[in-house]
Design a protein around this ligand. Structure first.
Ligand code: AHM
Ligand code: MG
Length: 333
């Protein structure tokens, strides 16, 4: 039998020698705890009475599901008193949540998409929680502006995938490790050490329903893939679209591929540059990809170097197997 390494065991060695290792471990365990609770709600679905619309919109004008709001509350509840956070910013809140005075204020800020892939909730599809941890050194309570740090400042990032198994995937900048939730013991166990994205792939992920609005570089890339053996790529490609970034990114971390959510002409007409949010979707997923040997780019720059100008900023996203992302960057130039 192979040795069982729990998340706590893993953290004890992974963060050794890092600044505030104990604090990082406590924060990671608090986030994992929140994810276990959110996973239970997702798993019970209609039986927990959590399906359906909440009847309100978030700051981005998107309809919120009941579970979006419940997951947000659970995440705050489970992480605010870990003693390591100064504030929490979330897809579901207009502005950040300051850690109340009754709890110790720590040296980190966290951004979170509490339930990514919301459109999958009611159909029992894959969803997940995505999070990104940034440093915070001030004594005073943070402002929204304190969160506006580029992705290359992250100290911890990850996601929890709620699918046939619940999996937590994290990086501290020393590679990517995946843990599977052991439901009987209620703990995450290391199941996917040192995850690596293959450099090459013949699989792409994009919502092709928007093809008529794509800009030329994306259209060219997808047309060439779809042309298969007879086309310039001289090989056949496969396509997958989970409707949940966590589901798509997880598949790519496991077997390679490229995930695209570009900006397009239709979005730009309404003043948006892409759908996905930099601070709690593109940055954490981008860092995980790069830590697993892949690339994450907007077409203009590495995702991790984009200087954020607001908490809910959107960016075009291309990430996954390095050779394919390099090709896409070339097409954008
Ligand atoms: P959400 O955070 O509101 O769930 O939106 C993000 C999700 C991603 O998980 C997914 O890749 C994308 O939206 C799907 O968008 P679309 O419905 O346009 O295909
Ligand atoms: Mg999301």
């Amino acid at each position: 039998m192979t040795t069982r390494i729990t998340l706590a065991d893993f953290l004890a060695t992974e963060t050794q020698g890092m600044d505030n290792a104990e604090g990082l471990n406590a924060l990671t365990l608090a986030v994992a705890d929140a994810c276990v609770d959110i996973a239970a709600l997702v798993r019970h679905g209609e039986l927990a009475g959590v399906l359906g619309a909440a009847g309100q919109e978030n700051v981005q004008g998107e309809e919120q599901k009941k579970l979006d709001i419940i997951a947000n509350d659970v995440f705050i509840e489970k992480t605010q008193n870990c003693g390591q956070l100064a504030g929490i910013a979330s897809e579901e809140m207009d502005n950040h949540y300051a850690i109340p005075d009754q709890y110790t204020r720590g040296n980190y800020l966290i951004t979170v998409d509490p339930l990514d892939g919301s459109s999958n909730i009611d159909v029992n599809g894959a969803t997940g929680t995505i999070f990104s941890v940034l440093p915070y050194t001030k004594e005073s309570a943070p402002s929204d502006d304190d969160f506006l740090q580029a992705g290359n400042q992250q100290v911890l990032a990850g996601y929890c995938l709620f699918s046939s198994a619940t999996m937590l995937v994290i990086t501290f900048g020393k590679g990517v490790a995946g843990f599977t939730l052991d439901l009987e013991q209620g703990e995450f166990v290391l199941s996917h050490p040192s995850m690596q994205v293959p450099k090459q792939t013949a699989e792409f992920s994009i919502n092709a329903a928007y093809a008529s609005h794509w800009h030329p570089p994306i259209k060219r890339y997808i047309d060439e893939c779809v042309a298969g053996e007879a086309g310039p790529r001289k090989q056949n490609f496969n396509m997958r679209w989970a409707g949940s970034m966590v589901g798509d990114v997880h598949r790519i971390l496991c077997r390679g591929g490229v995930f695209l959510y570009p900006s397009d002409a239709r979005m730009e007409k309404s003043g948006k540059t892409g759908k996905l949010r930099l601070m709690y979707e593109a940055n954490p997923m981008g860092w995980l990809m790069e830590q697993a040997g892949g690339l994450a780019h907007t077409g203009a720059s590495s995702i991790l170097t984009v200087a954020p100008d607001n908490l809910h900023q959107r960016v075009p996203v291309m990430m996954g197997s390095a050779e394919e992302v390099e090709r896409l960057i070339e097409y954008h130039h």
